[in-house]
Design a protein around this ligand. Structure first.
Ligand code: COS
Length: 391
């Protein structure tokens, strides 16, 4: 079976036994449970909580969370294998898992014991989803300019403002919200745990998106939303650093999702080009197409190795902001290029909904934008370079 062999060749040479087992389990699951719905759910912007909860039952929704709180206590290299495999069928579900896990990583790193016990088990088990709220209408790349305020009042804080483009908003239950408790800039930002159903917390418009259509993206609104003191994470003024350090991890996981998407697009392109005949031969036999697919394959392997190395550093407690940004940028630019080429190789039908590659191309675009645009990644990489060279 050409497709399966291709899909696994590139990856197996660096995977350990546990990762191979994880990949096999997820492959069976995604082909049986996710793949059959994707066409319909993409067309109808439909998210299925039961799929997420089934992934939870397999342990996939709390991979890096401590066993003590119901997670699998695995590393980021293992988590990348998980996300990559889910993304081969659905970027939407892979992203939902990734963002919910980023929320868990924040709670695990910065939460008090009580906060961990209160929120982690439901998130790790997949019973609930977590959401990360940093961006606002006027502060996307310039995250430290956020305007949502958290005013100190008796027993807690009153939140006012709104957050934009929030993944899973509406069906997530736990939201990590960055809001301003102090003056202008990064040092005035704090992080809070906000729960669905809190008074003054509501949902704004749901975005109509080009891709990631089975995952909802929505505005969240705070109108005198009272958040008790015990929901502050770490201490006042730490919020921006909490968000940035979470993004160091999140960017690696977006890279892993991009690798899975790219691999699937290559699988489909090779399969189609071996079947499609023109001028009395499979179009695969034309050197022009062979070179395209050779380049696609090479870029995917390079991206995967970069993502793996970034994840390995995290697993070894070597926080490497520069490598996270490199992995995100390289893997997502690769996904955009590879999915575009996959459409090209399919020709006219590639542009129609008869084949899934048009969805892959739409899903790829936003990977270059979320968790910091790839232009922001270059800013981060350049700043780290400057630090290294002027130390
Ligand atoms: N980990 C921990 N702390 C970090 C950090 C990181 N990765 N990056 C920055 N910080 C700290 C800095 O050390 C600094 O603290 P000190 O003043 O105590 O040294 C503080 O945070 C402010 O950092 P900086 O001055 O670099 O902030 P800038 O306003 O210049 O912003 C960028 C930097 C552009 C890199 C940041 O705003 C960014 O990443 N923007 C993109 C936002 C994003 O990804 N949004 C997506 C939301 S989720 S879809």
């Amino acid at each position: 079976m050409v497709l399966a062999l291709l899909s696994k060749y590139d990856i197996n040479f660096t995977m350990n036994e546990l990762q191979i087992e994880l990949q096999n389990t997820i492959e069976k699951f995604r082909l049986a449970k996710i793949e059959p719905h994707m066409e319909h759910d993409d067309a109808n912007e439909h998210f299925r909580m039961d799929i997420f909860q089934e992934m939870g039952a397999l342990g996939l929704t709390g991979v890096t969370t401590d066993e003590k709180y119901g997670g699998m206590s695995l590393g980021y290299q293992d988590f990348c294998v998980v996300l990559e495999e889910i993304a081969k069928s659905s970027v939407s579900y892979s992203v939902t898992v990734s963002v919910s896990s980023m929320v868990q990583s924040i709670l695990q790193k910065f939460g008090t014991e009580k906060q961990k016990q209160d929120y982690l088990p439901a998130l790790a088990s997949g019973e609930e989803i977590g959401s990360f709220c940093l961006s606002e209408s006027h502060s996307g790349s310039d995250a430290a300019a956020l305007k949502t305020t958290a005013k100190k009042v008796k027993g807690g804080y009153n939140l006012n403002g709104s957050k934009m483009w929030i993944t899973s908003a509406g069906y997530a239950k736990t939201y990590i919200v960055m809001a301003r408790t102090g003056g202008a800039g990064a040092k005035g930002v704090s992080s809070f745990i906000v729960r669905d159903g809190m008074k003054g917390f509501s949902y704004g418009k749901q975005e109509q998106k080009m891709g990631w259509r089975a995952s909802h993206t929505r505005e969240v609104v705070f109108d005198n939303c009272f958040v008790p003191e015990e929901n502050l994470l770490a201490s006042e003024g730490e919020g921006f650093k909490i968000a940035m350090s979470a993004l160091d991890r999140g960017r690696i996981t977006i890279g892993a999702i991009a690798v899975g998407l790219s691999q699937r697009a290559l699988d489909e392109a090779v399969k189609y080009s071996l079947e499609r005949q023109q001028f009395n031969q499979p179009i695969f036999d034309f050197q022009g197409l062979q070179w395209m697919m050779a380049d696609m394959s090479c870029e995917i392997v390079a991206s995967r190795l970069l993502v793996e190395r970034a994840a390995e550093n995290f697993d070894n407690d070597k926080i490497d902001t520069k490598l996270s940004s490199m992995a995100k940028m390289k893997a997502t630019d690769t996904a955009m290029k590879v999915t575009t080429d996959a459409v090209q190789i399919h020709g006219g039908v590639g542009y129609t909904k008869e084949y899934p590659v048009e969805r892959y191309m739409r899903d790829a675009k936003v990977l270059q934008i979320v968790e910091g645009t790839n232009q922001v990644q270059k800013v981060v990489i350049a700043r780290e370079l400057k630090k290294e060279y002027t130390r």
